[in-house]
Design a protein around this ligand. Structure first.
Ligand code: FES
Length: 91
């Protein structure tokens, strides 16, 4: 299970890019429910943290593919994104 320090919690409707052991993740806050996915777009490696959040999706800033942060599905079927289980560290 991935452990995340609570200082990285984004505000509702926002996201944070987090690097853990050289891997970039995107942590999303939707109404104080949190989701963790890869930050780099599986299409051409744009930073999804620079994209927009709309409903349950992150929109890639480069070619506007849409990634559902609950399911990992992409608007272009062959580019699903990895979603991760995680917990906040208790401090
Ligand atoms: S780099 Fe994200 S859709 Fe192309």
């Amino acid at each position: 299970m991935i452990q995340i320090h609570p200082r990285y919690k984004p505000k509702p409707g926002n996201s944070s890019i987090i690097s853990i052991k050289g891997h970039e993740y995107l942590l999303i806050n939707q109404n104080d429910t949190f989701y963790l996915m890869d930050n780099l777009c599986p299409h051409k490696q744009a930073s999804l943290g620079l994209g927009k959040i709309e409903s349950d999706e992150v929109i890639c800033p480069l070619h506007q593919y849409r990634f559902n942060f609950k399911t990992g599905k992409c608007s272009v079927e062959r580019f699903p994104i990895q979603i991760y289980a995680f917990e906040f560290m208790k401090i």
